[in-house]
Design a protein around this ligand. Structure first.
Ligand SMILES: Nc1ncnc2c1ncn2[C@@H]1O[C@H](COP(=O)(O)OP(=O)(O)OP(=O)(O)O)[C@@H](O)[C@H]1O
Ligand SMILES: [Mg+2]
Length: 463
């Protein structure tokens, strides 16, 4: 059981009704507070509490914080939403297009169909990924009306410029996609469930069984997800949001708290770090400081009381020597707690086979992983799946500049800036997972966002 400290106490005892927003740096105890608050409200009111987060491995992390979560429904937004949509009768069997790959194929077909109607329109020749991301953004922000879309400020899409005069063609692609989707028997995909649920809830009141909804990792919830929760609760219960804009690595862009429907007087902040050593906190802060955050989220982490080694930046001439170093460190660390190798999605297989060759047992972090917090063992994860989790030792291999930047040539300056920001957030998430030891390794030139500063890191030069 945790004894909440400082501002955490204040958050625990926030008013029982209405809305609340808590922003806190990585490791400040947002998830701990979310769980404790859920328990507190449940005991006080004897009602049910809904504790939502973004993915399944975080559900297990929550259950690890307190294993007595009876009467508290800990689940993901998508599970909650689909249950709710079934109950109100707007979702039948197998009506969600759940595979993002299938969605991409349908969008590709939609582009081709629209091209046949409008000849020589250059925006229709843009990469399919642009349309996939744009449609996802429209769905997440609930901008699915043509007139509204033509005028809207596309928050978070600075990295994908689009002329106002071209928007009508993009909207045609969206409409054609929905038509093709309907033709294969799907009414929704994962990105517009929240929009349709919200549209229903805006007009109809349904009986909720929850006294309170608590949202963890709120920065990854789209505006439609948050609005649907606000409309679901109407005025009957409370909503408490926990998040950190610096770690927003799924959707992008944001709306004001007011636009989201959250009625708050102030944003509560948590800035005391309870996870990292002072040395790791210093590196995490140096990256956080470059993120251009809004005032609510602009806080830096403070006061970590744990001393440790400075993070190690290890440089190599080739990948084999880098790999050998990583294996050596994994073996050493395997004697002291949990260790995670964090890599880009495409590189996970490489580290799996490396560990397999050495006969080192490991676990891949995905939705089925249970009980990560207090476990010994070796884990492999990509930067997205590791969100919200923590490990004694973190190894981030292949942090060279070109590994992350090899496909940026075709972007303009503004787009490059946006990509840089995304990258910094991803690296911030990786670094801030480490409780005791952190190693960042690379072959070619080091990722430029990592400070080359002896006061912050120790530099190891390998072969
Ligand atoms: N009051 C406390 N007493 C002791 N340990 C604490 C306290 N609050 C948090 N911790 C510890 O600090 C670490 C970070 O907490 P938590 O995971 O809740 O942070 P977070 O803000 O959710 O981080 P993230 O942004 O990465 O999700 C955990 O190991 C947790 O057990
Ligand atoms: Mg958390």
């Amino acid at each position: 059981m945790f004894e909440l400290k400082g501002k955490q106490q204040e958050v625990l005892y926030l008013p029982q009704s209405g809305h609340g927003v808590v922003c806190g740096v990585a490791g400040s105890g947002k998830s701990v507070c979310a769980v404790m608050r859920a328990k507190y409200i449940q005991k006080l009111t004897k009602g049910r509490v809904l504790l939502l987060t973004y993915n399944n491995s975080l559900i297990n992390y929550m259950k690890d914080i307190n294993n007595d979560l009876d009467k508290i429904d800990v689940t993901t937004y998508h599970k909650f939403a689909t249950r709710c949509m079934r109950n109100i009768g707007i979702l039948g069997n197998d009506e969600i297009l759940s595979d993002s790959w299938e969605k991409k194929v349908l969008i590709e077909n939609a582009i081709n169909n629209v091209k046949k109607l409008y000849l020589n329109i250059s925006v229709l020749n843009r990469n399919v990924d642009f349309f996939v991301e744009e449609i996802k953004w429209m769905q997440g922000f609930g901008i699915l009306d043509e007139d509204e879309y033509e005028d809207v400020e596309r928050s978070g899409r600075r990295g994908a410029r689009l002329l106002k005069s071209d928007r009508k063609y993009v909207f045609q692609v969206y409409k054609e996609y929905v038509k093709l989707r309907t033709r294969v028997g799907k009414k929704y995909d994962w990105d517009d469930c929240a929009f349709y649920l919200n549209r229903y809830l805006k007009h109809d009141i349904i009986n909720t069984k929850y006294e309170c909804i608590i949202i963890d990792e709120g920065q990854d919830f789209t505006p439609m997800m948050i609005q649907s929760l606000v409309n679901y609760m109407k005025d009957t219960g409370s909503i408490l949001y926990f998040g950190d804009q610096a770690q927003q690595i799924y959707g992008k862009g944001r709306m004001s708290w007011k636009q989201l429907g959250l009625k708050i007087r102030k944003v509560y902040t948590l800035d005391e770090n309870h996870r990292n050593t002072k040395q790791i906190e210093k590196l995490a802060n140096s990256i956080r400081a470059t993120l251009d955050l809004e005032i609510d989220d602009g806080l830096l982490s403070m006061n970590s009381s744990k001393e440790g080694e400075k993070p190690i930046i290890a440089s190599f001439k080739n990948r084999n020597t880098e790999d050998a170093y990583i294996i050596d460190k994994v073996k050493t660390y395997s004697k002291k707690g949990s260790t995670c190798i964090v890599a880009k999605k495409d590189d996970l297989k490489h580290y799996q086979s490396l560990l397999r060759k050495e006969g080192i047992p490991y676990t891949i972090i995905d939705r089925n992983v249970k009980g990560i917090t207090r476990t010994m063992g070796i884990f492999i994860s990509n930067y997205h799946a590791i969100k919200g989790l923590e490990f004694d030792n973190i190894i981030m291999p292949e942090c060279s500049d070109n590994m992350f930047r090899n496909n940026l040539q075709n972007y303009n300056d503004e787009e490059k800036k946006e990509k840089e920001l995304e990258l910094s957030k991803v690296i911030y998430v990786g670094i801030s997972r480490a409780k005791e030891n952190l190693i960042i390794s690379h072959c070619d030139e080091l990722l430029n966002i990592i400070p080359k500063d002896n006061n912050i890191c120790n530099f190891y030069i390998g072969e």
